[in-house]
Design a protein around this ligand. Structure first.
Ligand code: NOJ
Length: 529
């Protein structure tokens, strides 16, 4: 019996809500805007939308600084807008995943307001407060992910508080049972409203070394890298008590039917897979696998990565793949438009749940952000290192009207100058466009169980060619990816012949293939028997 679990069969589509569709013309996207675009999303064929944080927030980190876990940020709309949106999402047979940001709150969260009031406040221990060293310096050498010390001094009480990100994002103390309870209740609040799962922000950060020892220096650190890289993050996150905390969230989700727990985790793969947990202590259903984002774009490297990941998955652990998100340079900016199409085929034919990032389906690439338009707090703290996250957060390009149909007002980030040609409307009517390629790939994945839930077998990874087979029952599908700009000779296994299901290239090619054939430059093929 094939496993029908929706998050195994499905495709996740990430929306950065500030940039998807503005409905009230303030230049910032909102929930009503997303609602108006649901037909587009449903037509893409994806199964679930994950929306980056929509909760009340001072927006120091654009919603990843939450001031109320059980409300809706007025910029994005109201709780009624949310209920309407989720109702319409479900009416289309789609699922809705929300972002959950448990590691830190906003410094404007009432909990932190109380916590900082006095050392004896009942919420003091909800955050991580420590005395200065005798010389007045921070309690240890931990560095913020956005640069500078991870400790901020609070004059009123003479202690430092810890923040893995901005000073406006104080870390919660997950060792305090009251914190866990309060956060579990926040999860339940949304689960009761019908939310189908959560993507949990920096989940591996939740547990730190109880002794808060100094992190050791990283001998490989090179100036020009972000300051956080100067230390190995040995003690500041990933303490083994984390598995109990993840399991606690999992248990909350299991109070409800069929919900999914996704963990945002940037760790080496052998540590990443530990976040699936164990039979006794189940963890995340899907610890996000970001390896495609960092892998060299070479067949051998990709093959090694896929096989290693497959071999490390624990019993029952379902794989997943992510090509981009709001923190990482877009795929088309990393490998170019031609290969972005090949990458789309790779993402949607690998074994495991794929996560797509809004705009990648129309080939959105790098958008130059002039210094005066920079919004990203990381870029403001550590300018010029090449880590500005704004270029991957620019408004979705819907049509060729002003501001790409995103808003009638000036958007919060510049729209790509390529929008007059690169937009949903224009690309929809071009049968060879990347958008229509995505639609075909998604449809192929839905039509072929071999692609959605079949097994994986590597066939070839030399020169510019990567090929592999997916199989379910007697259905076999072979994927050929030409990662280069020249022609490549390819061959079906075991003297078989086949039929082309999808080519990444717009121009049609022969449907029937002999045992060996030529892949055109930058061509990817899905071939069935
Ligand atoms: C990861 C999020 O994806 C990123 O956008 C955010 O800045 C940090 N976590 C802090 O919440």
């Amino acid at each position: 019996m094939p496993d029908k679990t929706w998050w195994k069969n499905g495709i996740v589509y990430q929306i950065y809500p500030r940039s998807y569709q503005d409905s009230n013309n303030d230049g910032i996207g909102d929930l009503e805007g997303i609602r108006r675009r649901l037909d587009y999303i449903a037509e893409l064929g994806v199964n679930a939308v994950w929306i980056s944080p929509i909760f009340p927030s001072p927006m120091a980190d654009f919603g990843y600084d939450i001031a109320d876990y059980c409300g809706i940020e007025p910029i994005f709309g109201t709780i009624e807008d949310f209920d309407r949106l989720i109702g319409e999402v479900h009416a289309r047979g789609l699922k809705m995943i929300l972002d959950f940001v448990p590691n830190h709150t906003s410094d404007q969260h009432p909990w932190f307001g109380e916590s900082r009031r006095s050392k004896s406040n009942p919420k003091r221990d909800w955050y991580i407060w420590r005395d200065p060293k005798p010389d007045g310096s921070p309690p240890n050498n931990w560095i913020s992910n956005f640069g500078g010390s991870a400790w901020s001094f609070d004059d009123a009480t003479g202690q430092y508080y810890y923040h893995a990100f901005l000073a406006e994002q104080p870390d919660l103390n997950w060792r305090n049972p009251e914190v866990r309870e309060a956060m579990h209740d926040a999860l339940r609040f949304w689960l009761r409203r019908g939310v189908d799962g959560f993507r949990v922000d920096v989940i591996w950060h939740l547990m730190k070394d109880p002794e808060m020892r100094d992190n050791p220096p990283d001998p490989n650190y090179k100036p020009g890298r972000p300051e956080i890289d100067s230390l190995q993050q040995v003690y500041s996150n990933g303490h083994h008590d984390i598995y109990g905390v993840v399991n606690g969230m999992r248990r909350v989700l299991e109070e409800f039917d069929e919900r999914v727990l996704i963990g945002e985790i940037y760790l080496p793969v052998e540590r990443l897979v530990t976040y699936y947990g164990t039979a006794e202590l189940p963890g995340a259903h899907l610890p996000f696998n970001f390896q495609l984002i960092f892998a060299p774009w070479k067949p051998e490297a990709l093959a090694k990565m896929i096989e290693e990941y497959e071999s490390l998955l624990p019993e029952g652990g379902w794989p997943n793949w992510v090509l981009g998100n709001h923190d990482q340079k877009r795929i088309a900016a990393r490998i170019g438009q031609d290969q972005a199409r090949v990458a789309a085929m790779l993402l949607l034919t690998l074994r495991g749940t794929p996560t797509m990032y809004y705009g990648d389906e129309i080939g959105m690439a790098y958008v130059d952000i002039p210094p005066e338009a920079v919004q990203d707090p990381w870029e403001r703290n550590e300018p010029g290192l090449g880590f500005n996250r704004d270029p991957q957060r620019t408004p979705m390009q819907w049509d060729s009207s002003a501001h790409a149909g995103f808003s009638t007002a000036t958007p919060w980030l510049p729209v790509s100058p390529r929008y007059p040609e690169q937009n949903v409307e224009a690309l929809s009517s071009d049968s060879g466009s990347i958008l229509n390629l995505y639609r075909k790939l998604v449809a192929a994945r839905r039509q072929h169980q071999a692609l959605s839930i079949g097994s994986f077998r590597l066939l070839h990874s030399e020169g510019d060619l990567l090929s592999y087979e997916r199989q379910h029952g007697d259905q076999r599908v072979v994927i050929f990816l030409n990662l280069g700009g020249g022609e490549v000779e390819a061959q079906l296994p075991e003297s078989r012949t086949g039929a082309v299901v999808v080519s990444t290239l717009g121009e049609p090619r022969e449907e029937k293939l002999g045992n060996s054939f030529i892949l055109r430059p930058h061509e990817g093929l899905i071939v069935s028997e």
